[in-house]
Design a binder for this molecule. Structure first.
Ligand SMILES: Cc1cc2nc3c(=O)[nH]c(=O)nc-3n(C[C@H](O)[C@H](O)[C@H](O)COP(=O)(O)O)c2cc1C
Length: 215
């Protein structure tokens, strides 16, 4: 059944952070990018812009940019900073820099509040990312959703020659997993689904949220 196949792909997808060599073929990449094309977006604005590279030298530079940020943060707060190194951005078959065009927010004519427009914008681009990841997972390929923080944004913008006013949002490496990671724990459906009205008994205490999702 189609739905079972889709369910299996959804469950199989993992954030892959260690890759081995092996090419993502042009055909595979094309299908992954085509999947982004079909993502739903607010008012069909399709705000995504994807910069794709297979250039190893560029990837090494991306890794260096992330590494410098990591070192800087560690230097500022050696005790508390727990960020993990993002070596995986430099060592894959293909890297997709996911950008968004914020001018598309003008299309949301009936949405008056800037915060509401931002929500539509980010959710729309995020859908394209998830579509790509699921398509990659269906091919047995690994991906991981990598945040572009403000600290690394200017250097990445320069490297990939992304013009203003586009926003650099995420990076998605695509490649062959060294090993397929185990599933991270998930909340039970019944813990976050509320029938008819929100069940206040399910509202998590602050203490339950902070340690999540360790493991
Ligand atoms: C918006 C968003 C940003 C993320 N940023 C990062 C990131 O910067 N680095 C990283 O390694 N993983 C990042 N992740 C991946 C999550 O850590 C991961 O999806 C989560 O731990 C669940 O694991 P799974 O994807 O293997 O199921 C991000 C995920 C999302 C949805």
């Amino acid at each position: 059944m189609e739905s079972e196949k889709l369910s299996n792909i959804i469950r199989r997808r993992r954030s892959v952070r260690v890759y081995k060599s092996g090419k993502v073929t042009d055909k595979q990449l094309e299908m992954i990018l085509e999947a982004a094309r079909w993502a739903p977006s607010g008012a069909n604005t399709q705000p995504w812009e994807l910069v794709v590279t297979r250039d190893r030298a560029k990837m090494r530079r991306v890794r260096q940019i992330y590494d410098n940020e990591w070192k800087q943060r560690k230097k500022e707060d050696p005790v508390h900073y727990k960020g993990l190194k993002k070596d995986y951005v430099g060592d894959v078959s293909a890297l997709v820099l996911v950008c968004g065009d914020p001018r598309t927010m003008q299309v949301y004519l009936t949405t008056r509040q800037p915060g509401d427009r931002e929500k539509l914008f980010h959710a729309s681009v995020a859908n394209a990312v998830e579509h790509m990841m699921l398509m990659a997972a269906s091919m047995g390929l690994g991906t991981v959703w990598v945040s572009v923080r403000q600290e690394v944004e200017p250097e990445l913008r320069e490297l990939f020659q992304v013009p203003q006013p586009l926003r650099l949002l995420w990076i998605v490496p695509i490649g062959h997993a060294q090993s397929w990671p185990k599933a991270k724990p998930r909340r039970k459906t019944s813990d976050f689904v509320h029938q008819e009205v929100y069940n206040p008994k399910k509202l998590r205490a602050d203490s339950e949220i902070r340690p999540w999702p360790k493991g």
